[in-house]
Design a protein around this ligand. Structure first.
Ligand SMILES: [Zn+2]
Length: 387
């Protein structure tokens, strides 16, 4: 009898456990289907198996990724001779921005020239009067690392100044230092992926040449950005485009031409890549600052300006004005806010903090003029807010 009762008790216990487990399973199924429902509106292309493995949206929404972005970097070239090399062999050039770059999750810049210790440039042939060809010593690579750079765009009109060998040397130098790079060619090295706070961030580089992905080819841009978005959580698009110089700070809503080259219809390009899945668009190329706008909750920066370009350019007024732009995005790539840290270039290209904060006022003025409906709100202290 006693044995019967205990068997009955055991049976009841098992039945209770089964019932509990079944109800738990049902509860989890309901929760996970809601969770998938929320995620699928953002990431329709991600298969459901991945969606289930992702953290819940409430945890996701707490993730904030900070990206510090700067424009053109050219730390000095011993070609054609040493007359334009920086003081202290370049060791101090990036130091003024180091703390800001290092405190970001990702520090990004446009490396405007190869890291190479020799080679031949076919760029400046006979009869070419207005011609610039640069190469930075490979030993300067470590200054980029020490300053905190995590990823650099090599999609620009100087990364190929010393041909394929120069590009290969740049990649090797950066690979050895553990700095990622994007855009040195359109096939194998168009994009790179970084991982931050459990999120995969893809960087892809476009420029106005045919070695990199071309900024004028919107169909290809759409396709490659959509393809990259399938592999990562967030896509950051870097472009080198637009006409250059102090007279070209405005963003026209049409294709820009400079030296006879088509240099992109930049607002159309930005919208195209965001529609294809990009979360942030970082522009450079004009060597001056330009405005910013917000499209579908994503920030577009039309030109980050010169950052540190030593020895080659006349730096005054708009070409000497620069910034480190800090951008905060959530795990879905939505722009949360940011900060303009104003700097200026003195003399032949020495970076210093700018107490007059002129970069803040310039970017605000240009953003409001060019994008009256879509400019972000920029405060006097450089804080940037979505509208
Ligand atoms: Zn350029």
């Amino acid at each position: 009898m006693g044995a019967k009762i205990s068997r009955l008790k055991l049976f009841m216990k098992i039945a209770k456990n089964v019932a509990f487990n079944l109800s738990l399973l049902f509860f989890l199924a309901v929760v996970s289907s809601c969770h998938f429902g929320v995620n699928s509106s953002y990431n329709a292309e991600i298969p459901s198996v991945n969606a289930e493995a992702k953290p819940t949206p409430s945890v996701d929404s707490e993730i904030v990724i900070t990206i510090a972005a700067v424009g053109d970097i050219m730390l000095g070239s011993p070609f054609p001779n040493d007359s334009r090399m920086p003081p202290n062999d370049g060791a101090d050039l990036l130091k003024p921005a180091e703390s800001i770059l290092k405190s970001a999750d990702i520090a990004f810049g446009n490396l405007e020239g190869p890291l190479a210790d020799g080679g031949v440039s076919t760029k400046c042939g006979k009869g070419k009067s207005r011609c610039f060809a640069f190469r930075m010593p490979t030993r300067y690579g470590r200054y980029l690392k020490e300053a905190g750079f995590d990823v650099l765009s090599l999609a620009n009109n100087h990364a190929g100044d010393f041909g394929d060998a120069g590009r290969a040397s740049t990649r090797k130098t950066l690979d050895e230092l553990g700095i990622k790079h994007a855009g040195s060619d359109k096939e194998q090295y168009a994009w790179t992926i970084l991982e931050v706070k459990g999120k995969k961030i893809g960087f892809i580089g476009f420029a106005h040449n045919n070695i990199s992905l071309n900024i004028n080819d919107l169909e290809t841009a759409k396709r490659v950005v959509a393809d990259l978005k399938k592999r990562v959580d967030i896509v950051v698009v870097s472009f080198h485009g637009g006409a250059e110089g102090a007279g070209n700070q405005r963003v026209p809503k049409q294709t820009e031409y400079f030296f006879g080259e088509a240099r992109g219809n930049l607002p159309l390009f930005a919208r195209t890549v965001i529609d294809a899945g990009a979360s942030l668009v970082l522009g450079h190329g004009p060597h001056v600052l330009r405005g910013m706008e917000i499209y579908k909750d994503r920030l577009v920066v039309y030109s980050l300006g010169n950052f540190v370009t030593y020895g080659w350019f006349r730096l005054e007024g708009p070409t000497a004005e620069t910034m480190v732009l800090e951008v905060k995005i959530d795990s879905q790539g939505k722009f949360l806010g940011g900060k303009i840290h104003p700097f200026k270039l003195e003399g032949r290209g020495i970076l210093v903090k700018d107490d007059t904060k002129s970069a803040i006022y310039t970017v605000r003025r240009l953003s409001e003029m060019d994008f009256p409906e879509t400019a972000p709100r920029i405060e006097d202290d450089g804080s940037v807010f979505p509208r």
